[in-house]
Design a protein around this ligand. Structure first.
Ligand code: GDP
Ligand code: ZN
Length: 317
């Protein structure tokens, strides 16, 4: 029986007639690699815009692959309004940030909202601890996201990787997101020696390409599984309503756990008796982060209006 060059595993001959359950472990754009429960693997062609993603449980019948029900999926809206599914059936989402390159304002908040709404635990991975300015950056993140698990690491020098390995091993299936250049490939290389992903990715928007275009599920030698995903500079949550936003938004949620607004359906804008607005006025919730909440709220409301009017993209009238 033939073997897959990358994994060394036995490769399954296409089965006809009977369906076989398996898991998508790689996505090549026009094909996926399915691992069956007995360990055999089979590449299957898929349509380029099919919604199959790494982490999907599937049924393979002959040359056809059908996704089974998902526990969750991480989805984002790209700058053109198109919904992109990144991975399915995740337990943990590592948000990789570094002092350089800068992560755009609001990126972390939006990823956290998307993860929490999908019942995936978001964890901040603060990479490049060896760079000057890292300690201040780390303290700022601690102030802004006090309720989040934060792991400080250096993929280059190995600091903090033991903690990260431990967290990933205990989580189950994880994925890393972050802007290009934050160090996702370097972390994957450090966690999974031998995979040798190319690092120093070109910026996706600037050059129209990135090094990690193929998504793969990696089994970590120290336990747990990790999906690599491409880098991107924006992250708009998909499966969150404007009404639910406050519930998932970092900082807002912490205030609401302690206090409540006068109106149950308060959107925390100008409503009287709003405890979020009060927290901003008293300086316990920063004006800057409140503004990020309002921006995201407005964006979600625009999407909802567009959807109600039957438009796919709110930015095209
Ligand atoms: P990705 O685009 O998120 O996959 O980022 P890469 O892993 O390709 O890393 C981008 C650049 O940052 C590369 O030049 C890496 O060598 C560098 N880099 C990654 N991790 C570290 C780190 O911990 N410290 C330092 N100083 N540089 C790092
Ligand atoms: Zn309110």
């Amino acid at each position: 029986m033939a073997r897959n060059k990358a994994t060394g595993r036995r490769q399954q001959k296409p089965q006809h007639n009977t369906g076989q359950p398996g898991l998508i472990i790689s996505h090549y754009g026009v094909a996926v690699l399915v691992r069956f429960d007995n360990g055999d693997e089979q590449p299957v062609k898929v349509k380029r815009n099919s919604d199959h993603v790494v982490g999907d449980r599937v049924m393979v019948i002959g040359e056809r692959v059908t996704s089974l029900a998902r526990r969750n999926a991480l989805r984002r809206r790209d700058p053109f309004g198109k919904v992109r599914t990144l991975a399915a059936n995740l337990d943990l989402l590592g948000i990789v940030v570094a002092v350089r390159p800068q992560t755009p304002d609001g990126f972390i908040e939006r990823v956290v909202v998307a993860a929490r709404a999908a019942d995936i635990e978001p964890v901040l991975i603060v990479n490049k601890q060896d760079l000057p300015g890292s300690a201040d950056f780390d303290s700022q993140l601690q102030r802004d996201f006090p309720a989040m698990v934060r792991l400080s690491v250096s993929a280059k020098q190995g600091d903090g990787l033991e903690h990260l390995r431990h967290k990933l091993a205990g989580a189950g299936r994880s994925a890393l997101v972050g802007v290009s250049g934050s160090g996702k490939s370097s972390l994957l290389n450090a966690l999974c020696p031998g995979i040798e992903l190319e690092t120093g990715a070109l910026n996706e928007e600037e050059h129209g390409c990135h090094t990690t275009s193929v998504s793969t599920l990696l089994a970590l030698p120290t336990g747990g599984e990790l999906v690599d995903t491409p880098g991107f500079r924006d992250f708009s949550p998909v499966d969150v309503s404007s009404e639910d936003l406050a519930h998932w938004f970092p900082g807002v949620m912490s205030v609401l756990e302690e206090q409540s607004c006068r109106f149950r359906n308060c959107r925390h804008r100008q409503e009287p008796g709003c405890c979020i607005k009060q927290a901003v006025d008293q300086g316990t919730f920063s004006e800057e982060r409140y503004q990020l909440y309002l921006n995201t709220l407005q964006e979600l409301e625009q999407l909802e209006t567009a959807r109600n009017e039957g438009r796919k993209n709110p930015f095209c009238r």
